[in-house]
Write a protein that binds this ligand. Structure first.
Ligand code: BDP
Length: 860
């Protein structure tokens, strides 16, 4: 493990102690050698490179003071909890110890010198002290922050304040809870990591959403960080982050043994405020409810607990019938959600969990969805099923996250309509006491951001704002199932920002627009006064050295945490923080990488599913395209979504079609239902668009569509070229790993473009448009103007008359904003010339290298 691990070697004896400077320096040397593998995520803590800033930081931070760090020991079920032999991370027993150790490690690395820790402020707070704690734990915090100061930040929030008393200057990081103090610690370190001022601080922060959770799908979608091959992770592991049943060489490394990466991930999660994780797949295996697994889960929970992270499990609705629980099993007939047997069984199982994991948060349930059993199999509805389990666990303080990812063709032909049809009426139901909504208070309905399934761009799910009487959790997919997996560089925060800042135009009961009605307001409870709130991210954790597989996928985990803490944040600012913390603080590096990241999602939308076409993935892996695929189920089939025919492309969900638009509030209903007003980037979600429909660019739909595919690819070309230019500024191993992925990315983006466009051509009967795309050019050779270059081609043959010069004498871009550069000319025939054309398009720079092959013209 790299620098942070060595810097984190901490002693505990005495009232003040420090990490040896030599250890820190030695560790830094090993990471500066270019072989760094990304395993510290954004907690790498490289020394501050700007000497002036380093001096200032060293003046402002001389000592860390954490009083009573060892007092509030967190619960430990596993008495012999231990790290695997040879580990470099270590287990801590309190949250304040986690904060203290992070400061030692972080400041030691950033300041390139050890920072002593004191356990009391002494008579006089030293100049440059950083004090961390709660009013309960720390006399200094008590002295400098009042209960009134702290009250507004709530359980998870924190204050960071600079004080100056005479000649003494110091910083206080305070929370109402130790978790709040830990979050404040990470926020303080982040300021140094991103080279921000750390004096004159008066920061008050608290999360907008209470439950900020990951869902870890451990057995599917393992492309995030899967190293089952044994090349990076451990052979015998299955690619998942947590080992429950690894075999072979890894058999001795199963839980309850704790591996370094669990602690690295715990620290990373805490650093962005993620406070919960459901550790297993939604298509749940009941084994997680067996005594043996519960013992393993308890060990994991013990290790994560100091970081403020609580665990939960996905469960299967019919688990009580599983013979693995014999003799405590039920028959199908006993699965009546209103009966005592069913509820009693869940209560017993939840108590078993609670006995080992006192802060166990509850269950995530996927029921009557994609073949998973559920209450409907027995004639009951989602309200009956969710409430039964919720009632069983409520006395234990647990919650149920009941997923709404349902689709049943009997309910409606249009898959997008079904969730609301199955859940909406339960929310509306009038109760005997006059209130509305049948779902219990400890039920969250967990709904994906869009109505289909984590496509790269979806309209928002119409249930948001429509479920006034039910707690709703927003589910986002951090792992890049449909967004390039671990091959493509796709920064998802701009998508989540678009989702969270979408205006739902939600109204109250009398049809008046709500004051606060963005998706974020619905999710954070301020729109409709929900007191419990949640955002859930399907995690991209794996056993790879760098945890997420693609180095840039780490940014999605980082951003998910930041946005679930505060959805109003700007995704570019988050990207900048991440780049500074993960790669470099050099301005040109930060600016360049942020720019690459910011356009990467829109580019992916463009080369995969532009203008609102959705779900054109081949079913085998959800990575590559297969628009012609027709599966046993209509609503799993790309053809069902594209509806390609000789007239056009896209799914009519307007009032003339499935009328899905009617599920939105009136403003969006009208906007989306009308082809003249629907945003073009959602066009085919709602309309079957004729090939010659006139687009806002003035082009016909077919031409615009093809150009969109092409522009997306040309953005990836720009990213690849741009990345190469950063080589001197980046560490070697990560640079070349990303470089290799960008080459794959570019080729696979081209495959998306060609596969889709060629298939659509069979219906449109048209050729690729040429000559008026954003990167189109004509060239003049030997006095002849030549054009007609299809942007999808990789090279072009130019006939040159015998004896004539093959030189390009002029380049004429079609778009006046495009710039060109002749990179090379052909001296002879045959020969090759290269012209590079660049343009800033709406999602960022695009570039095309035209390769011209000059050949003897045998016809002329
Ligand atoms: C789909 C995934 C599938 C999940 C499902 C879900 O392909 O593996 O089980 O979502 O959310 O995107 O339940």
């Amino acid at each position: 493990m790299p620098v942070t691990a060595a810097a984190g070697l901490v002693g505990t004896g005495g009232s003040a102690w420090a990490v040896g400077r030599e250890e820190v320096v030695a560790a830094l040397r090993t990471t500066a050698d270019g072989n760094y593998d990304g395993s510290d995520l954004w907690l790498r803590y490289m020394p501050v490179s700007d000497p002036g800033l380093l001096r200032k930081y060293r003046e402002s931070v001389t000592t860390v003071i954490v009083e009573n760090a060892d007092r509030n020991k967190v619960y430990r079920h596993s008495t012999n909890l231990s790290m695997a032999p040879g580990s470099t991370e270590r287990l801590v027993e309190t949250t304040l110890a986690a904060a203290r150790d992070e400061l030692v490690r972080g400041l030691g690395g950033l300041l390139d010198q050890a920072v002593p820790v004191k356990t009391s402020p002494g008579d006089r707070i030293p100049d440059g002290a950083v004090i961390v704690g709660t009013r309960d734990s720390s006399s200094a915090v008590r002295q400098y922050t009042s209960a009134d100061d702290l009250a507004p930040v709530g359980d998870d929030g924190y204050l960071i304040r600079s004080f100056s008393r005479g000649t003494q200057r110091f910083t206080v990081i305070a929370g109402n809870t130790e978790a709040g103090a830990l979050y404040g610690t990470f926020a303080f370190l982040r300021r140094l990591q991103t080279h921000k001022p750390i004096t004159r601080l008066d920061i008050s922060e608290s999360p907008r959403v209470k439950n900020r959770h990951l869902n870890n799908w451990e057995t599917v979608r393992l492309y995030a960080g899967n190293n089952a091959s044994g090349t990076g992770g451990l052979s015998g592991e299955n690619g998942t982050i947590f080992n429950f049943a690894a075999t072979g060489a890894s058999a001795g490394r199963n839980l309850p043994v704790i591996l370094d990466r669990y602690i690295v991930v715990a620290r990373a999660m805490a650093s962005v405020g993620i406070n919960g994780i459901t550790i297993n797949l939604v298509n749940a295996d009941n084994v997680y409810l067996t005594a043996q697994y519960i013992a393993q889960e308890a060990a994991l929970a013990d290790a994560l607990r100091p970081y403020g992270i609580k665990i939960a499990l996905s469960i299967n609705y019919t688990a009580p019938t599983d013979p693995r629980f014999a003799p405590d099993t039920l028959t199908n007939e006993q699965l009546d959600p209103h009966g005592d047997e069913f509820r009693g069984w869940w209560n017993r199982r939840a108590r078993m969990l609670r006995d080992s994991i006192p802060d166990f948060t509850g269950f995530t349930v996927k029921a009557n969805s994609e073949g998973q059993p559920g209450p409907q199999d027995f004639g009951d509805d989602h309200g009956d099923g969710a409430n039964a389990i919720a009632a069983a666990v409520a006395p234990l303080g647990m919650k149920i996250y009941w997923r709404t990812f349902v689709y049943n063709a009997d309910v409606d032909e249009d898959r997008l309509k079904r969730a609301y049809l199955e859940f909406g009426y339960i929310d509306d139901e009038r109760r005997p006491d006059g209130t509305r909504g049948r779902f219990l208070d400890n039920v969250f309905l967990q709904t994906k951001n869009g109505p289909l399934d984590f496509q790269a761009r979806e309209p928002v799910h119409p249930m948001f704002g429509r479920m006034e009487n039910t707690n709703q959790a927003l589910e986002l997919q951090v792992t890049q199932e449909y967004t390039g997996q671990d091959e493509m560089l796709c920064y998802l925060a701009p998508m989540w920002e678009e989702v969270l800042k979408t205006d739902t135009y939600a109204t109250d009961e009398r049809g008046r627009l709500l004051g606060k009605r963005l998706m974020g307001h619905i999710v954070d409870g301020t729109a409709q006064r929900h007191s419990d709130t949640a955002i859930v991210g399907v995690a991209n954790l794996g056993n790879a050295d760098n945890v997420t597989g693609h180095h840039f996928s780490q940014a999605n985990l980082f951003a998910f945490g930041r946005q679930s803490w505060d959805w109003t944040l700007d995704s570019a600012d988050i990207a900048a923080d991440w780049v500074r913390m993960t790669w470099s603080n050099r301005e040109h590096v930060v600016g360049t990488i942020v720019k690459m990241m910011m356009g990467s999602w829109e580019a992916l939308v463009s080369y995969q599913t532009p203008l609102g076409i959705a779900h054109q993935f081949r079913s085998s892996d959800h990575y590559g395209p297969n628009p012609a695929e027709r599966l046993a189920r209509d609503d799993w089939s790309p053809v069902y979504y594209n509806k390609a025919d000789s007239v056009g492309l896209g799914y009519d969900r307007s009032p003339t079609g499935s009328d899905f638009t009617a599920q939105y509030f009136p403003t969006l209903e009208a906007r989306y239902g009308n082809i003249g007003t629907v945003p073009e980037n959602l066009l085919m979600w709602f309309h079957h668009v004729s090939w010659d429909h006139r687009m806002r660019s003035g082009r016909i739909f077919w031409d615009e569509l093809v150009y969109r595919y092409q522009m997306g690819v040309q953005y990836v070309t720009w990213m690849r070229l741009t990345w190469d230019s950063l080589q001197p500024s980046l560490d070697a191993r990560r640079f070349s790993e990303v470089k290799a992925k960008l080459a794959i990315h570019e080729a696979d983006a081209g495959d998306w473009r060609d596969t889709c466009v060629n298939y659509w051509k069979e219906f449109s009967g048209r050729d690729n448009p040429v000559d008026d795309g954003p990167l189109s050019i004509k060239i003049v050779v030997n006095g002849r103007t030549i054009g007609g270059f299809d942007l999808s081609a990789s090279s072009y043959t130019i006939p040159v008359a015998a004896g004539a010069s093959p030189k390009i004498t002029k380049v004429k871009p079609a778009d006046r904003a495009a710039r060109y550069e002749i990179l090379s000319q052909a001296d002879d025939v045959p020969g090759q010339a290269i012209v590079r054309v660049t343009k800033e398009d709406f999602f960022g720079p695009i570039v095309k290298n035209y390769v011209f092959i000059m050949e003897h013209d045998t016809v002329l």
